[in-house]
Design a protein around this ligand. Structure first.
Ligand code: C2E
Ligand code: CA
Ligand code: CA
Length: 605
């Protein structure tokens, strides 16, 4: 006897029973004892049962010998049919999508054996092929003397959708839609497990955006959020199907890349990722460029488990960031030693200024028209008793991470300007003095103030000072740089774009910047005398033409040999700077060079 559908008679609604539509005989009680009183009672009971079945909001279907023999009104509605009759006589299994039919058949076989209630959540299919999630209860009954199944179906699509949303929210980052931190660990464990089974490698790639905080502070969080969304979108577009993109923290992303039999992991993949991030981003009419620092750890070489691999990738990223931005670094054991050394450098750097450990060297810039030294570039050096002589690349990136870069930068400007004034007083000529500005320095509101007071104190004309900015720096925030350059222009200070030709400045922007000079990057100059490079000269020609059309002076850097010099001359480059003429030297030895040059033109040959 059925355990459901027979509630106590006292709780039944006292309503008249409407006749059921023409359906198969609903005789649930055949086979019971054929005693007249019992039969009457049973008929009444059956009528009540029908009423319940009709009134219940749940869809009820009865199937026998594989076919549907009865459905109630709720079932008609749920299956979106015009009449109950349309469902009757159908094969019950047709209400289940083909892909699920086998497993359902297995469950039903068990039900047949156990005679208990079978409760499942399953996907059901309407006659038009549309599907919905349903909670299904099945129980054995007897129908027309035959074994039958009484099925109660409840639509749970909404609940499933909510569950799905909840589980999505629990495993994904709300802002970017990337996998979240908790879920990352699980996915990485899974990737490691797969890698063990199939013998593939796994890369964990830790990506941290450079200077994100600065952008967030300056343009607001809403802007920062959009930027993160754009970056996440770009990263995810560069991934393959099985790769994972996770947001690890504020501006940190972690990728899991799996190798395959013919799917090798190569550094080109990383280069592509880095390049995709650093494409200019336009949000709300504001275009800027953001770069990232990347650390990579590999399984099974570097670490045994997910946590270890992430930590190592993070460590490698940290090293990449310290060596300047927009770089990637693979983890290796030597990194820990390097980080230790870096910690020492960082500590020593704190006191370098007060201990007067910095000094400047100067490298002449020679005019190709007159053969005279027209200016010098000041380059920073650090002599530390514990660490020895350090080059800017060894400590500037560390200084840039803190406010130290501002005080060091101000010191350089002062020192260089004083030096130029002092050479002039000694009768060594009215040289232009070029000073490098680091990316972090440019946001210093006090830059203009520093420049102004330095010039005033030294009684040096503003035109004699040239500030060198890099392309990436200018393009990282076009509008703001433009404002700063206009201020400098008003002051009378010159501005040079350093390392030109290595980045991706759009010429449109270049045109809008009040610049005075373009410095052609060493790499391009080196390529001029490289027998394997046959496009360098054409590139140089175009750069010089472009610069001249914008009325910019062109200085070629890193000129080392006659061949380079000849080509530069042929293309009307204005000035050169490099070992061929002289390496950077201390103020004293430069004074000697200048004295010699007072009466002598340099031709190079
Ligand atoms: P940079 O501005 O591109 O400076 C030119 C670099 O090329 C200098 O390296 C210089 O010594 C080197 N160089 C000069 N002639 C040649 C040559 O013929 N061949 C080759 N291969 N190299 C040559 P240095 O002094 O190590 O400076 C490295 C970078 O550090 C500079 O690149 C500049 O970006 C940065 N820097 C230097 N001094 C300062 C400073 O005072 N402030 C800031 N913010 N950055 C600085
Ligand atoms: Ca420079
Ligand atoms: Ca340069």
């Amino acid at each position: 006897m059925s355990k459901i559908g027979r509630p106590a008679a006292s709780r039944l609604p006292r309503k008249r029973l409407k006749p059921l539509p023409a359906q198969k005989n609903l005789d649930l009680f055949s086979g019971t004892q054929d005693h007249e009183g019992v039969v009457v009672a049973l008929r009444e009971s059956e009528a009540r049962y029908r009423q319940i079945v009709e009134l219940t909001p749940d869809a009820i279907l009865i199937e026998s010998l594989g076919k549907i023999v009865f459905v109630n009104t709720a079932a008609k509605k749920l299956f979106r049919e015009t009449s109950q009759a349309r469902l009757v006589d159908r094969f019950a299994i047709d209400l289940t999508p083909v892909a699920h039919q086998e497993s359902l058949a297995r469950q039903l076989a068990q039900l047949g054996a156990s005679n208990s209630l079978l409760h499942t959540d399953e996907l059901l299919q309407r006659l038009d092929g549309s599907t919905f999630d349903a909670s299904v209860r099945r129980v054995r009954v007897v129908h027309d003397g035959q074994a039958a199944t009484h099925t109660v179906v409840r639509d749970i699509s909404e609940r499933k959708k909510r569950e799905h949303q909840l589980s999505y929210q629990a495993t994904h980052d709300a802002l970017t839609g990337a996998t979240n931190r908790d879920s990352l660990i699980l996915k990485l464990r899974d990737a490691i497990h797969q890698a063990d089974r199939h013998g593939f490698g796994v890369w964990v790639i830790f990506i941290d955006l450079d200077r994100f905080k600065q952008i967030n502070d300056q343009f607001g969080h809403a802007y920062g959020d959009q930027l993160l969304q754009v970056v996440a979108g770009r990263l995810s577009n560069s991934l393959r199907r099985d790769d994972v993109l996770a947001r690890y923290g504020g501006d940190e992303f972690v990728l899991i890349l799996r190798g395959g039999s013919d799917d090798y992991l190569t550094p080109q993949i990383i280069e592509r990722l880095v390049a995709s991030v650093s494409e200019p981003i336009a949000i709300e009419g504001l275009e800027l460029t953001i770069t990232c620092s990347v650390g990579i750890s590999t399984y099974p070489v570097d670490g045994r488990n997910a946590e270890e691999l992430i930590l190592q990738a993070d460590t490698a990223m940290y090293l990449a960031k310290g060596s300047g931005h927009n770089r990637y670094q693979f983890y290796n054991e030597a990194i820990d030693v390097q980080l230790y050394q870096r910690a020492i450098v960082e500590t020593e750097l704190q006191h370098a200024l007060e201990k007067r450990e910095f000094y400047l060297v100067y490298q002449p810039q020679v005019s190709l028209k007159t053969g005279r030294i027209s200016g010098v570039e000041a380059l920073l050096r650090w002599a530390n008793p514990r660490l020895g002589e350090l080059m800017p690349e060894q400590f500037l990136p560390l200084a840039e991470k803190t406010a130290l870069i501002n005080t060091i930068g101000a010191w350089v400007v002062n020192e260089a300007v004083q030096q130029a004034a002092s050479w002039e007083r000694e009768g060594l000529g009215a040289l232009r003095i070029a000073v490098n500005l680091s990316a972090r320095q440019i946001d210093m509101a006090g830059l203009l103030h520093v420049v102004k007071t330095a010039l005033d104190d030294a009684h040096l004309l503003p035109q004699r000072l040239e500030l060198e900015l890099t392309e990436t720096l200018m393009m990282s925030d076009v509008k703001r740089t433009q404002r700063l350059l206009q201020e400098l222009d008003r002051l009378g200070v010159q501005v040079a774009m350093d390392d030109f030709g290595t980045g991706y400045s759009s010429l449109v922007h270049l045109q809008r910047m009040p610049l005075h000079c373009l410095k052609i990057d060493k790499d391009i100059v080196r390529a001029l005398s490289d027998p394997d490079d046959d496009s360098a000269e054409a590139i140089l020609g175009r750069l010089v033409t472009l610069a001249h059309s914008l009325r910019l002076r062109v200085v070629a850097e890193g000129v080392e040999n006659q061949e380079q010099l000849n080509i530069l001359r042929r293309h009307n480059c204005d000035e050169i700077q490099g070992y061929m003429h002289s390496a950077p030297q201390t103020a004293n030895s430069i004074a000697a060079v200048l004295r010699k040059h007072l009466n002598e033109d340099w031709r190079g040959d």
